[in-house]
Structure formats: C-alpha cells, structure tokens
Design a protein around this ligand. Structure first.
Ligand SMILES: Cc1cc2nc3c(=O)[nH]c(=O)nc-3n(C[C@H](O)[C@H](O)[C@H](O)COP(=O)(O)OP(=O)(O)OC[C@H]3O[C@@H](n4cnc5c(N)ncnc54)[C@H](O)[C@@H]3O)c2cc1C
Length: 501
C-alpha cells in the first residue's frame, strides 16, 4: 500500500467513497462560511457546510474575538445575527441598534445563533471535519475531499465555497495567491477568558488613575455599564514597574493590557477576556509553526496570569479557558478576477459589480502601523506614536470579482482571504464584511446552480437585485457619514474624510 522512499512515502491509488452529492459545499464555518451556507440554502441550493471545529463562528467564537467593532453598516445576514444577539440580551444593550463604535457579545450565544440560522435555512452541517483537497476536472472544481473520524471521503458539488480563511481549497485547486513573508506577518494572538474579576474595584482604580488608561473611541476608563464601553486598556504604570523589576519577564513584551468582552453578562458574572500574548513571524499555513505558536502563547499567559493577581480588581482572578484556536489576522490572499486596492478603500470607490459595502475608520498604510510585525505594539514608544496616527473614515464597495479566483472555475472565496492587496485586506476582513462577502458568495452559488452555469458567468445585476431583495444594502448613500463623524467628535476625536468621493 505504501512505498517508503526515505524523505517521502508513495501512497498507492485508492478509491475514496462519495459521502454526498450536493449543489453547494462550503468549507469552513466562520463568519464568511456561515453567511455563505445560510444564503445558498435560503436561495434554494442543497447545501452542506463542513467545519473542522465542533461549532460555528470561526475566529469570532473559536478565537475569542467576541466583539464587533465599527458597527456603522449592518445589513443582510450580519444584521440578523446582531439582532438575535441583542434579543438574547448577551451583548451591549444599545449597540445592536446600529451606528455604534463597538459591541461585545457572548461567543457561546453566537455559536447558538449560527447553528440556528444554518439549520433554519435548510443547510446541513458536518462538524469536526477538515476539507483537505479539491477535486478538479479541466480547471473546474467538482467537489472537495474531507477527512474526519469516518476517514477520507468525497463531497461532490456544483459549486464549492472556500471559507477556510486560508484559501485551503482554492489553493489546492490551483488558484494563484499571495502570502506575506513571515518577517512581515502580523503577530498571532492568543485570547483567554478569566473569572473572578471585581469590576467595581477596577472602576474605582480607573477613576483614580485616568492617565493610566487609553482614551479611545470605544474604550472605557471605568463606568462599566455593559453598553457603550466594552473594553478597557491600560494599567501602564503597574506594568511598567513589573517590567522594570523583572517581575514580568521580557518575553511578555507588554506595556499594558486590555480587558475585553465587557457585556452585561460579563459584568454580572465577573468574567472578561484578555488578548495580547503574541507569537511573532509564524506561517498560518504551516502546522508545526501553528502548533509552536499555540504552545508559546499559552506559556506566556501562564506567567502573565500569576502577575495579574497583583492588579487591583484581579486579586481573585483565575483562568477559565483559552480560545480554541489562536487568532490569525492575515493569511493567504487569493488573486482573483478583481483585486480590491488601498486606493479603492481610501478614495471611497464603489464599482458596478459590488456585492458588499464596507464602512471603516482606519489608519492609512495598513494595520501594520497599529499591529507592527515585530511585536512592538504594546511598547510604550509605539503606544505614544500610534496615539497620533491619523485615521480616515472610508466607505467603499467590494466587487464580485474579488471572490472569483483566477485560473479555476466553480469556486468562490469569500472572507478574510478574498482577492485584495495586502493593505486593502485589512479594510475588508472585519467579521461583518466576511459575513457580507459570504452571503454574496452563497447567493451567487445558488443562482449559478439554478441557471446551470459557472458563478463566473453570472449576470451581476441579477445577483445585486437578489441581494437587495434579501435586505442587503449596496447603496453607499444609505450610510450616514455625518452621523459617524459626529459620534467621533462628540468624544473629542477628529476623523479625516474625503467628502468628494
Ligand atoms: C486578534 C484578532 C482581533 C480581531 N479583531 C476584530 C474585531 O475587533 N472585529 C472584527 O469584526 N474582526 C476582528 N478580527 C478579524 C476577524 O475575526 C476575521 O477577519 C474574521 O473572523 C474572518 O472570517 P472568515 O470566516 O473569513 O475566517 P475565520 O473566522 O478564520 O473562519 C474560518 C473557519 O474555517 C474553519 N476552517 C479552516 N480551515 C478549514 C478546513 N481546511 N476545513 C474545514 N474547516 C476549516 C475554521 O475552523 C473557522 O471556523 C480580528 C482577528 C484577530 C485574529
């Protein structure tokens, strides 16, 4: 069966059983894959969603990135998921009404919501299953190969949606892609949840030492109400002392820390989330490097947690759990029929074939300025420098061609690995945008199946009309820019905005 040739082993050809034949198969159940599966099934496609974890939500749930930031434009499936989070009472109370700086949510509730919405749409899910390869015939993708407890099996499909976040299947199918050099890669971040937090004590300390905390638009300096302020960042002088005395070893490399996820539930229960244990220069598509990053950041967290008990309000804190998967901000980017560029973002461009809209406040020159690859993000020097970084309000469209990889057909790639330049990617990879590109991919796949054509040949106006009929807002004038500018100025911040585009 196997021929051992030293550095490689030759596996004999074998037959792989077909597990299912469906209209649309979606690989990966993060924000993009969840949106894609719901939209495909709701539009009549027999849809199967395959996810390596035992739950949906991707980085938002598995990575403990349980906050939606910059909620200035919500529509379609993203809006419906936020509405359900609000109804369940497990997120900031007023945020889900829209036009808000940020909203923390309970990731367990989002898992339920994704599960419910997928089920209600009629799509089926297959959990604990890796999508490992693409089945290709004459540059057309005909399905995927999966591996799970039942072994290696095939799912045949008319359209494949790769929502793995790493373009795992598209790349196997032959899509060209860009992967940033390891030395320039943004750090991976491990999130963990802690219990035993005394919020009243933190509030009192923050009020006594306001200079010790970040003053930013969605950050609090106390006054926790689980509503407007859902995170607090600082404790700079305490950290400085600990760094200087050696109590915090140099490998922790932080001048402060952020407590996140401060929802009404978290306040009631004394829980919260801390990110910031980083691993640098790792390749997200290399298993050994991913494994090392997980172990390294967990060890760092163990050291940090001992120190944390000396910080006012955290004396009785304890580790509840680590995120299931380490947070990876950027990975492979496919090269598609269209490429979103930084000019598209900063010049507020819309395109005739837009399938999603994005509104975001961001620094020019990419998020690498905010999250430097060398891990200096939390040093005092970087903190002081980034305080004065000019930020821009951008309102732009994401074209359909960004989801269509070059060189292969019958596959769509929504989510954080859509086709864009490296800098533009940071503007289109927030969870809402991923849900939106996922929704468009799912709808496009279903329409293509109905018309018996490849998604590449779909009439864009038909797709846009169908998206709008499902509540997706594609008209940028519907976004109230003045309201966002006012929200910032009310909190003493100036936004750069080019009103002529
Ligand atoms: C530290 C950090 C902070 C962030 N902060 C924010 C924020 O404040 N607000 C915000 O909106 N966004 C934030 N983001 C970005 C956001 O979380 C991601 O860009 C977004 O989740 C990407 O969605 P996705 O569906 O494309 O990919 P993912 O969320 O990565 O989901 C991919 C899914 O596919 C599954 N999968 C992967 N490979 C396979 C495979 N081969 N087979 C089967 N399943 C597979 C994974 O388990 C996962 O469920 C942050 C990200 C990080 C890492």
């Amino acid at each position: 069966m196997y021929k051992n040739e030293g550095n490689s082993v030759t596996e004999a050809a074998r037959q792989i059983p077909v597990y299912k034949k469906v209209d649309v198969v979606v690989a990966g159940g993060g924000p993009a894959g969840f949106g894609a599966a719901v939209a495909a099934a709701k539009n009549g496609a027999n849809t199967l969603l395959v996810e390596r974890n035992s739950f949906l939500g991707g980085t938002g749930t598995a990575g403990f990135v349980n906050q939606f930031r910059q909620m200035y434009h919500l529509s379609g499936i993203a809006k419906e998921s936020v509405r359900r989070l609000g109804e369940a009472g497990c997120c900031s109370r007023e945020a889900y009404l829209g036009y808000h700086h940020g909203m923390a949510f309970d990731q367990e509730e989002l898992k339920f919501i994704c599960m419910d919405m997928v089920e209600e749409s009629g799509a089926k899910s297959l959990m604990n299953t890796w999508a490992v390869d693409a089945i290709i015939e004459k540059e057309e993708v005909k399905g995927i190969i999966i591996e799970n407890k039942s072994g290696r099996q095939v799912i045949l499909a008319d359209v494949v949606i790769d929502a793995s976040g790493d373009a795992d299947i598209a790349v196997k199918a032959g899509s060209p892609f860009f992967l940033q050099d390891n030395t320039q890669r943004l750090p991976f971040t491990m999130g963990f949840r802690i219990g035993g937090i005394n919020y009243q004590k933190i509030d009192a300390y923050a009020k006594q030492h306001p200079e010790d905390f970040t003053n930013a638009v969605s950050f609090s300096r106390g006054n926790f109400d689980g509503d407007k302020n859902n995170c607090i960042s600082g404790w700079y002088s305490i950290m400085k002392k600990a760094n200087e005395s050696g109590e915090l070893p140099a490998f922790i490399n932080r001048s402060g820390f952020t407590l996140e996820g401060i929802t009404p539930w978290a306040l009631e229960r004394g829980t919260g989330y801390i990110y910031g244990m980083q691993s640098l220069h790792r390749n997200p598509c290399n298993a050994e490097e991913m494994s090392d990053a997980e172990l390294e950041t967990k060890k760092k967290a163990r050291t940090f947690l001992k120190f944390l008990k000396k910080v006012p309000g955290f004396e009785n804190s304890y580790l509840m759990d680590f995120a299931k998967n380490i947070g990876v901000i950027e990975s492979r980017l496919i090269i598609g029929e269209s490429v979103l560029t930084e000019a598209d973002v900063f010049e507020n461009r819309v395109h005739a074939d837009d399938i999603a809209l994005s509104v975001l406040v961001q620094p020019k020159g990419g998020w690498t300025k905010r999250h430097p690859p060398d891990g200096s993000e939390s040093t005092e020097a970087h903190r002081l420098e980034s305080r004065n970084l000019p930020v821009y309000l951008c309102r732009f469209g994401i074209p359909y061609g960004c989801l269509l990889p070059k060189k292969v057909d019958r596959i769509l790639v929504p989510g954080r690995n859509f086709s864009s330049t490296y800098d533009a990617m940071f503007a289109g990879r927030q969870m809402f945008e991923c849900m939106a590109t996922g929704e468009a991919a799912g709808m496009a796949a279903a329409l293509a199946v109905k018309q018996n054509i490849s998604p590449k040949y779909l009439e864009i106006s038909t797709l846009r009309k169908q998206l709008e009929s499902h509540g997706v807002v594609l008209n940028k004038e519907a976004i109230d820019i003045q309201r966002i500018i006012k929200m910032y100025s009310d909190r003493g911040f100036t936004l750069n905005y080019n009103p002529f585009n």
